[in-house]
Design a protein around this ligand. Structure first.
Ligand SMILES: Cc1cc2nc3c(=O)[nH]c(=O)nc-3n(C[C@H](O)[C@H](O)[C@H](O)COP(=O)(O)O)c2cc1C
Length: 310
């Protein structure tokens, strides 16, 4: 039996105490989910399981053998649900503030993103002040007028109808920045692809976005902004660039489909058309193509999350 009740991040060799406390098991083997005492909260069990016999931190060790097993179905359901139900939110914000514990958790999720050379080049600027947000909104309005003019005819009309930011409606804005020189001039893994610091920062944004959804918070990314002007409004030092300007808050509801899709702007592509074998354009096995198509069908039908495919 594998450890299933303990998140991977904290799974590991177990000390004597959890099993001993549980009054079950020998105390010599791995913790087992069925050993979690009735009434003992999962978090408490997790905390107990991270105690290491030698007193070392679990972060320094490999997860216990067996803990590499995949998460159980309900845990995977929660993960895929978060991914599929995350939306870019622009117009459905409620004004009520975000509880500090929720905000701290989503920032923590962002901070645990992967980063090139463990550079962690990100910073998070929290913006609540209305005057400053109005200045950012003015930047958006200018850029958005320029953007609209880049589309022709009916496409431009359609663009103008869409609401593409929630800067003033959301109770909180967050600017995620990238310090391009954080880890010195030569960074492990970034020697040949300079932009990997920016990619790392985007990973942090995605973590934040998913954690926000799991916390019942909507988030929208506003990229119709002049970055240099934004850097000025936020007082960014030399070498620190804005990567993402985010609007975040509780929402009246999460839309089932991307707003751009609902507006007829662009629809989701068939995944199987974007998977290649061995090189660009290489056909994948028909069995895999069929599987990908079928999964997308179940998502469209709304039956993926609660269905047998997870
Ligand atoms: C890098 C990036 C920039 C984006 N910029 C904007 C933006 O300026 N305004 C906007 O309304 N949505 C923006 N979006 C959101 C996308 O339009 C949205 O993710 C896409 O339509 C799919 O919808 P979904 O996120 O609800 O699944 C941005 C998304 C990303 C990843």
């Amino acid at each position: 039996m594998q450890i299933r009740d303990v998140p991977n991040a904290v799974r590991g060799t177990v000390g004597q105490s959890p099993l001993a406390k549980a009054g079950k098991g020998s105390g010599r083997g791995e913790p087992k989910s069925e050993d979690r005492p009735e009434g003992m909260a999962r978090a408490a069990w997790t905390a107990a399981c991270v105690a290491h016999p030698k007193g070392t931190k679990m972060a320094d060790t490999l997860t216990a053998p067996g803990a590499t097993d995949c998460y159980d179905t309900e845990e995977r359901r929660a993960l895929y649900r978060t991914i599929l139900e995350r939306r870019d939110v622009r117009s459905d914000f409620r004004p009520d503030p975000i509880a500090p514990d929720r905000l701290a958790r989503v920032l923590l999720a962002a901070h645990h993103a992967p980063s090139v050379g463990f550079m962690q080049p990100w910073d998070f600027i929290l913006l609540r002040d209305e005057a400053r947000r109005r200045r950012v909104h003015a930047l958006f309005s200018g850029a958005n007028a320029e953007a609209a003019a880049m589309f022709a005819g009916a496409r431009q009309e359609s663009y103008r109808r869409m609401k593409l930011e929630g800067i003033l409606e959301a109770p909180l804005n967050i600017c995620v920045t990238c310090d391009r020189s954080r880890a010195g001039p030569v960074v492990l893994g970034r020697t040949h692809i300079r932009e990997t610091d920016l990619y790392s920062t985007v990973c942090a944004v995605q973590n934040l976005w998913l954690a926000a959804r799991a916390e019942g918070l909507g988030m929208g990314w506003v990229s119709i902004l002049d970055n240099a002007a934004l850097a000025g409004v936020l007082g960014l030092p030399e070498g620190v660039v804005p990567v993402a300007y985010l609007c975040i808050g509780h929402v009246r509801g999460f839309r089932r489909a991307p707003e751009l899709e609902a507006a007829g702007w662009r629809s989701r592509q068939p995944l199987s058309a974007h998977v290649h074998a061995e090189g660009w354009g290489g056909a994948v096995a028909p069995e895999m193509r069929g599987r990908l198509d079928r999964l997308q069908d179940t998502i469209r039908a709304g039956s993926f999350i609660d269905g047998p495919d997870i």
